[in-house]
Design a protein around this ligand. Structure first.
Ligand code: ATP
Length: 317
């Protein structure tokens, strides 16, 4: 379990507490069981797991869109419904969950982040308008404000929903696969923004299949496969052993263990895995055994890894 001591901004009260949560869908499928973890402010936590491991289901439970069969979820010490009413949590959904044909402008989408601050007539105050302008500027979409949401590229759409989350000013921000379909420039911009939000004391929980970037921008990791496989600081949790437990034989991998990658004081090996297209990197103990799905090849230099980094091949949107 993640403890206050293991976060970079130790706080007394957790922002997110998930205790023994289980979710079963109407068709009888148990998507989550006995899921428990605790997170504090000033944290960027990666939520990782194979397809179908329950990441989106967990997000939906945190947003009150799916009701757990058992267990409790508290956000800022409040039950989900109350926390949502108080605008304490913002959610950036997966692209597939949004109706892009709905006729609405970028500005109006971002403004929906302010609805929780308005009365039932939903008349935007000057402050609401200012917050929306500021949020759009922060993710560099001001020039798109009058465009219809359905006309935008994948990366632009992501930034619109990030701006909506910023306009909402929630301390807890949930991002479901924010890097899917975005180019390198946008990915870097999102990572930089998440770093700023963390230093402002936000708790960011981000589900991603882009495992290679996890050590670079996440200080915590929760690995799930219908239940929590491992949780804790990235350094102690994002290990070969845990990745093997969480991903089984899904990942193929390559190992790097050279002076060019480490200083002599660092006794970890750096291992690169590939899940079909993407190289991913994790830390392991020097001399630790590789998983049984043996490596296809051994890379000799960091440059080779960089050459293979798929994000560099992604097209600009
Ligand atoms: N509405 C639903 N009704 C029934 N089963 C569902 C429903 N939504 C998801 N599931 C099932 O629950 C499991 C978890 O799905 P979920 O979408 O949470 O996984 P995920 O980790 O987000 O996957 P991915 O990485 O592919 O996005 C899957 O087996 C899925 O088929």
């Amino acid at each position: 379990m993640i403890t206050p001591q293991s976060t970079c901004h130790a706080e007394l009260s957790p922002l997110l507490e998930v205790k023994e949560v289980g979710v079963r869908y109407n068709n009888g499928h148990t998507a989550l069981y006995d899921v428990s973890f605790t997170l504090y402010g000033g944290t960027t936590c990666a939520l990782v797991g194979v397809n179908g491991s329950g990441k989106s289901t967990l997000f939906k439970s945190l947003m009150g869109l799916v009701k757990p069969l058992q267990g409790t979820i508290t956000l800022h010490g409040l039950p989900v419904k109350k926390a949502l009413k108080q605008n304490l949590v913002a959610y950036v959904p997966q692209a597939e969950e949004v109706d892009w044909q709905f006729p609405i402008s970028v500005y109006d989408v971002v403004m929906t982040g302010r609805y929780g601050y308005m009365n039932f007539l939903r008349i935007a105050s000057q402050q609401d308008q200012q917050k929306v302008e500021q949020a759009m500027a922060r993710v560099d979409i001001t020039h798109l404000k009058d465009r219809q949401i359905g006309e935008l590229s994948g990366g632009q759409k992501k930034r619109v929903f990030l701006a909506r989350a910023l306009a909402q000013e929630s301390r807890i921000i949930l991002l479901d696969e924010p890097f899917t379909g975005v180019d390198v420039k946008t990915e870097n911009a999102i990572v930089a923004l998440l770093g700023q939000l963390r230093s402002e004391g936000h708790l960011i929980l981000v589900s991603t299949h882009n495992l290679g970037s996890v050590p670079h921008f996440c200080d915590q990791v929760v690995m799930i496969n219908r239940t929590v496989i491992a949780a804790g600081t990235t350094e102690t949790t994002f290990t070969q052993k845990n990745l093997k437990l969480a991903f089984g034989g899904v990942l193929r991998y390559l190992t790097l263990d050279g002076e060019e990658l480490h200083d002599d004081q660092d006794n970890r090996t750096l291992t690169v895995l590939t899940d079909d297209e993407r190289p991913v990197i994790f830390y392991g103990e020097k001399g630790s055994e590789l998983p049984p799905t043996a490596p296809q090849a051994q890379l000799q230099s960091q440059k080779q890894i960089q050459d293979q980094t798929p994000t560099q091949d992604k097209a600009e949107h």
